[in-house]
Design a protein around this ligand. Structure first.
Ligand SMILES: [Zn+2]
Length: 264
């Protein structure tokens, strides 16, 4: 992951500005997730992931993203997609919740391979629906009463969510370049705020992807056959996300100091 970020940073010195900057941003958020793979993912954890990403940005990154107010906004937005989960609004739960995970084991009864999935979200969804229909006997029955937001049949979209945010970020950096070349101060400020919003929310999902429990159906303790005696405690996930971090003394400092990749 560090090598990948370094390559992207190097590219930012020679490629088209907006595209390269977007890659640097995505790289920074990816490296932060990798660095924080043992860290937390409640609000404090997600905030920390975004802060580490910001501290990892190259020194030639646009100044607006290095302003304290913008950095606080991006750190705060690290918790935003989880705030959307705390809603009784079923259409929002339906569209938002599967963006936070992918239950990789669920590919097996669908007879799908992780190496053979469409990178287009809706094509993947169609693939999964066809596979589900063809392999009903392998799949657990879903109680509709416990599936009011209609997400239990979904494998999850986390990799697609990150890919889509990355594309949005590239798009918004291109728009910022265009506004800087011929737009009004208000248009430039709005474009910058849009980028900050995308950086903050994308950072949340990259942080989720660094949390192994967001890639498994055993996310709330082991389910099914359990020959190795793994925990089935339903509070396991929330304990890892917060309690474990406090237990080992992780400090959630307001300002995070990390070595820049070029210094490593
Ligand atoms: Zn999440």
């Amino acid at each position: 992951m560090r090598i990948q970020f370094f390559q992207w940073s190097r590219r930012s010195l020679c490629g088209p500005a907006s595209f390269s900057i977007a890659r640097s941003v995505a790289g920074a958020f990816l490296i932060s997730a990798a660095t924080a793979a043992c860290l937390g993912w409640d609000y404090e954890g997600h905030r920390l992931v975004n802060q580490i990403a910001l501290a990892s940005l190259p020194t030639n990154f646009p100044a607006f993203a290095r302003q304290a107010e913008t950095q606080e906004r991006i750190a705060f937005l690290g918790g935003e997609p989880d705030r959307w989960r705390n809603t009784p609004d079923l259409p929002l739960k339906h569209v938002n919740s599967p963006d936070h995970y992918i239950d990789l084991e669920d590919l097996i009864p669908h007879r799908m391979a992780a190496t053979n999935l469409s990178h287009f979200r809706y094509d993947f969804l169609a693939q999964a629906a066809v596979s589900r229909a063809a392999n009903q006997a392998q799949l657990p029955l879903i109680d509709p009463v416990k599936d009011l937001d209609r997400t239990k049949a979904l494998i999850g979209f986390l990799p697609w969510t990150i890919t889509e945010y990355y594309a949005k970020l590239k798009s918004d950096f291109s728009c910022l370049s265009a506004f800087e070349a011929g737009g009004t101060p208000e248009e430039i400020a709005n474009a910058q705020q849009n980028i900050a919003y995308l950086m903050g929310t994308m950072g949340h999902f990259v942080g989720d992807a660094a949390q192994p429990l967001h890639t498994t159906k055993h996310y709330n303790g082991w389910v099914g056959e359990n020959p190795h005696g793994y925990t089935t405690n339903l509070t396991f996930h929330s304990w890892i996300d917060g309690g474990y971090l406090r237990k080992v003394g992780v400090q959630f400092a307001d300002r995070v100091q990390v070595k820049r990749v070029a210094e490593l």
